[in-house]
Design a protein around this ligand. Structure first.
Ligand SMILES: O=C(O)[C@@H](CO)OP(=O)(O)O
Length: 338
């Protein structure tokens, strides 16, 4: 993205650029960034006469969505759907017990604090009027807790259900036998590829003590540079190799086929995905910081990702992260649930 334009838009000195998606980033609504989409479309089969659509992704994950309720899925004709917009929500997990203690966490599987639980619920309120047909989380509990807690606030009241594809038995033992119930569910796919960057020998160390010991600059380099890994850990570049590949292979096809997607993941796995979506350079990504529990909305339309900022609370009047399609969806929810 054009950093100068961003800097101009938010009126901050270039050096203090932080791409935090708080309310001020909503001013970037008109920014859009071209992406090369080189993905194959997945099959969408009519499984019954009521437009119930079962999509078999390449990982053999079976997902369901309800075409009636989402603005992007008004019919099952893929060629028509392609011209429609779909929503992509990115959400960093709420505060974890190790965020609170200021410890390097990486792939250590730590739960949320009470504050993190509240952040996840608050994030859920902010996206409660945005359609969600599929959820992707990392394999780590803090991202999964965040996604589940956020969905307790969603006005559509669909039930997020974790898909277990790890074995044939897991698949059959978690089968649902009602098409109606499936329509009221949101498949949740947990993928290790979306995990936090593996922090190597820094995992479990206190961030301040590490800076005192190795120097602030060295630690900043380990934490924020693109290609310098922490000792025996992953650089952002290495993290991007798996997280962005997963996004391109598994998530983009879902967006292309008309589904609205939420991703609940981590500071660095999401930084790498945003770097891809916004075409940031390895220099620009250094200053990209994500807050815990702040949802970020992108619209995927005609092969482009358009950043809309962070949706504000549903009670607020000027929800200008919304597009016309999303406003209509919200209106439909008002009619359905009032
Ligand atoms: O400790 C971690 O795993 C990450 C995210 O909390 O920290 P950092 O901000 O240093 O990338």
């Amino acid at each position: 993205m054009a950093v100068a334009a961003f800097h101009q838009a938010i009126g901050t000195p270039h050096s203090s650029l932080h791409h935090e998606f708080r309310e001020n980033s909503l001013r970037l609504n008109s920014n859009s960034f071209r992406l090369e989409i080189g993905v194959s479309r997945r099959g969408c089969h009519r499984s019954d006469q009521r437009n119930f659509c079962v999509v078999q992704a390449s990982t053999s994950q079976t997902s369901v969505f309800d075409p009636v309720s989402s603005p992007s899925t008004n019919n099952t004709n893929n060629s028509k759907k392609k011209s429609n917009e779909t929503a992509l929500i990115l959400m960093r997990h709420g505060e974890s017990l190790w965020n609170e203690k200021n410890l390097f966490t990486g792939c250590v599987d730590v739960p949320l604090t009470k504050k993190g639980v509240e952040e996840a619920i608050e994030a859920g309120k902010r996206i409660s009027n945005i359609p969600v047909d599929m959820i992707y989380t990392s394999a780590l509990i803090r991202a999964q807790m965040t996604a589940m807690l956020a969905m307790t606030q969603h006005r559509r009241r669909k039930v997020p259900i974790i898909i277990h594809n790890e074995s044939e038995q897991a698949r059959t033992w978690s089968e649902i036998f009602s098409e109606d119930t499936k329509r009221q569910s949101i498949p949740v796919i947990a993928a290790w590829q979306l995990n936090e960057r593996m922090y190597g020998e820094l995992q479990g160390l206190n961030k301040q003590e590490t800076a005192d010991r190795y120097g602030k600059e060295q630690v900043h380099e380990w934490r924020r540079s693109y290609d310098i890994p922490p000792p025996n850990g992953e650089s952002l570049e290495m993290c991007a190799e798996r997280a962005v590949a997963y996004f391109k292979d598994q998530i983009e096809p879902q967006l292309l086929s008309g589904k609205n997607v939420m991703i609940a993941a981590h500071g660095n796995s999401l930084r790498s995905i945003i770097m891809y979506l916004d075409k940031l350079t390895s220099q620009e990504v250094i200053s990209l910081e994500l807050s815990t529990g702040i949802p970020m909305l992108y619209i995927f339309k005609e092969g482009k990702f358009i950043r809309r900022g962070s949706p504000v609370a549903p009670t607020e009047a000027g929800v200008y992260a919304y597009t016309r399609g999303l406003a209509q969806y919200r209106q439909k929810l008002d009619e359905m649930f009032h």
